[in-house]
Structures are given as structure tokens and as C-alpha cells.
Design a protein around this ligand. Structure first.
Ligand SMILES: C[S@@+](CC[C@H](N)C(=O)[O-])C[C@H]1O[C@@H](n2cnc3c(N)ncnc32)[C@H](O)[C@@H]1O
Length: 354
């Protein structure tokens, strides 16, 4: 890991403030990302997708309902309660009071769902952004499902940390409380050719200007574990009890080693999530080696194919920061250096996850 000063210096170099050359202009986007964001959660469809993600929802269910000793008689806050599902788990686990805070219009359905399941006397639904809630209480537990693609997409963690700092008791618990962002690399010749190199020659026409833009957009997709050609490195651990919002803009060094001889086409990021206060460990991963979730993995294509012999190392720096204009988007940069038997390469690449 870098020190905070090293991280800030690398961040300023990899993701300088202002317009980043090569990344699509903001002018195309009239609505703010917040408008899109909250409207999208008003419709039941997105909640259907999340609820049907059994890895996600059953992990929360087990973490909460298998640990009634952490919930019985407690006051709980559910930040971004959506349909109210996590609030109901907490009420079932014995919470005496649950504040379910939700700012999108799904809140109307949440009220119906909570009443239909007999928890209206325990769960108080508050229709508001958590940042605007006026509540003079301290809570024992904060539950929230805030994770986005690349862990930080949508920046909802900022809101959860706001709630933590305002309402959580000093000895209160965060559910979940630990997450880690991982990085590895894949061989992906075929798909890269279909998605990126396609623009080089479209019915005999050179459209490679679009190729340059396509390269800056990370792809959210499921990666076949057979494609992973390197070690997997934990690059950014998040301790929910202590992390500060400003630390969510970061630069971290990485070093991944080829596990076999192959071509490297892309870096892949994913995360895991842990509820470490549980009596028995409850955790889930969004990596390529386990059952896939709706977060899939995030693929960052690099500018060329790097031929790697087994044991050779790709090292570099990964930087990430919420976009200045649309703070729910992420600016990501990768600076890599590779000295191999077949090729030496050094490059700084920038991406926008939107
Ligand atoms: C990922 S969904 C999770 C919904 C539900 N907790 C679940 O697990 O199915 C996040 C929810 O948080 C809400 N949300 C996001 N930011 C919020 C904020 N600042 N204040 C209140 N609600 C917020 C969104 O509208 C969305 O319904």
C-alpha cells in the first residue's frame, strides 16, 4: 500500500483534476447522474434484479437473521432500504426499532410490503435522502447494501458513511463491515476483437476513432475463470468502521504475476464483502471463480496484447476517483510497466465507468 501522501501524489498524476484528454466529454449528459440514479431505483425492475441475486440477498439474510444476538432489542438504520427487505430481516432478527430510509419512489411499495408482512409497528419508513433526515437518535447497527460495479460505482458509500458518522453509537456495528477490491488480468483476444478492434475496419471503413473511446469504457461482464492468467491481488481494503469519504479517492500500487504463458488483454477488478461480526463468518465474493452476481466483474482493456511468460510480473498503479461533474461516475486510471522476455511496455490509461 501507499502512504496517504504517496496515494495523493499518484492520484494527481494519474487522474489530474479538470478535463481528462481521451475520455468522452461531459457535455453529452444533460440530466445529472443523481437524477438518473434515483429515478432508476423507483422502478421495481432494478429491485427484482437485486432480490433475485441470491448470493447477495441470502448473504444479508444469513448475516442478519442467523445472528439475532446482535439484533434483539436493538435500534437499526437501513440506509437505502429499497423494498424494505433488509429492514424486514432485521425486524425478524428481533430489532425493536428499524429506521428504513429510502429516497426513491419505491418507498411506497416498501410501506405496503412492510405492512403486508406485519412489521409496520417496528419499521419506520422515512422517505428522504439520508443526508436530509432529521432524526435525534443513535443506532446500534447500520445495515446497507451500497456496493456498485468496481465496488465504488454510484458513490452510495458516501451516504452510508454520512449516516455512520451522524447516527451510529460509538460501539455500533456496520453490516457489512469489510470489503476488498481485487485485481487480476485475463486473456480475452476474441471478445476484445469483437468489442474494440471491430472499429478498425467496419465494412472496409476506418472507424478507429471510436475504438479509442471504447477503450476508455470499462466493460461490466462475467469473466470465465479459465481466462484469468495471473495471480489475484487485493489492492484496496475497506474497513467500514473507520474509512473516510476522502479515502475513496485513491491510488494503490499493484503487482500481478502470470500463472501461465499467455497474452494479457485486460485487467479485471472485482470485490468481496464480509460481515465479520457474525458468529460464523458470512461473506461473498463477486470474483470470476464463484457463482456470479449482478455486479459481474469490471474489465479494463489495455491498449495492446502483452505476451507474458509464466512468472513474469505486470506492475503498476490503479487510481480511482468519483468524477467531478457526475460524482456517481468513476474516473479510473491504470499506469502499468511490463518488462518481459518478448516485450517491454509502459503506459498510462484512463477510463470512465458510467
Ligand atoms: C442497491 S439498492 C438496495 C436496496 C435494498 N436495501 C436491498 O438490499 O434490496 C440501494 C437503495 O438505496 C437508495 N439510496 C441511494 N442513495 C440514497 C441516499 N443518499 N438516501 C436514501 N436512499 C438512498 C436507492 O434509491 C436504492 O433504493
Amino acid at each position: 500500500m501507499f502512504t496517504r501522501d504517496e496515494s495523493d501524489a499518484a492520484l494527481a498524476r494519474l487522474l489530474p483534476k479538470g478535463v481528462i484528454p481521451g475520455v468522452v466529454a461531459d457535455a453529452d449528459f444533460d440530466m445529472t447522474s443523481s437524477d438518473y440514479y434515483f429515478n432508476s431505483y423507483a422502478h421495481f425492475g432494478i429491485h427484482e434484479e437485486m432480490l433475485k441475486d441470491e448470493v447477495r440477498t441470502k448473504s444479508y439474510m444469513r448475516a442478519i437473521m442467523d445472528n439475532p444476538h446482535l439484533f434483539e432489542g436493538k435500534t437499526v438504520m437501513d440506509v437505502g432500504s429499497g423494498t424494505g427487505v433488509l429492514s424486514i430481516f432485521a425486524a425478524k432478527a428481533g430489532a425493536k426499532k428499524v429506521y428504513a430510509i429510502e429516497c426513491s419512489k419505491i418507498v411506497d411499495q416498501a410501506r405496503n410490503i412492510i405492512a403486508a408482512n406485519g412489521f409496520a409497528d417496528v419499521i419506520e419508513v422515512i422517505e428522504s435522502k439520508v443526508e436530509e433526515v432529521d432524526l435525534d437518535v443513535k443506532v446500534d447497527v447500520i445495515i446497507s447494501e451500497w456496493m456498485g460495479y468496481f465496488l465504488f460505482f454510484e458513490s452510495m458509500l458516501d451516504s452510508v458513511l454520512f449516516a455512520r458518522d451522524k447516527w451510529l453509537k460509538p460501539d455500533g456495528l456496520m453490516f457489512p463491515d469489510k470489503c476488498t477490491l481485487y485485481l487480476c488480468a485475463i486473456e480475452d483476444a476474441q471478445y476484445k476483437s469483437e468489442k474494440i478492434d471491430f472499429w478498425d475496419n467496419v465494412y472496409g471503413l476506418n472507424m478507429s476513432c471510436i475504438k479509442n473511446v471504447a477503450l476508455t469504457e470499462p466493460l461490466v461482464d462475467t469473466v470465465d475463470p479459465e481466462q484469468v492468467i495471473t495471480t489475484v491481488e487485493a489492492v484496496f481494503p475497506v474497513n467500514m468502521a473507520t474509512i473516510k469519504v476522502e479515502e475513496l479517492s485513491f491510488a494503490v500500487p499493484f503487482r500481478i504475476r502470470a500463472a501461465r504463458a499467455d497474452y494479457l488483454h485486460a485487467l479485471v477488478a472485482f470485490f468481496d464483502v464480509e460481515f465479520s461480526h457474525c458468529l460464523k463468518k458470512v461473506a461473498f465474493s463477486t470474483g470470476p471463480n464463484v457463482r456470479s452476481t449482478h455486479w459481474k466483474q469490471t474489465v479494463l482493456y489495455i491498449d495492446r496484447a502483452l505476451p507474458m511468460e509464466q512468472g513474469e510480473v505486470l506492475e503498476g498503479i490503479l487510481a480511482c476517483r468519483p468524477n467531478k461533474k457526475n460524482h456517481r461516475d468513476l474516473d479510473i486510471a491504470v499506469e502499468y510497466k511490463f518488462e518481459g522476455k518478448h516485450v517491454n511496455a509502459e503506459r498510462l490509461l484512463r477510463y470512465r465507468l458510467r
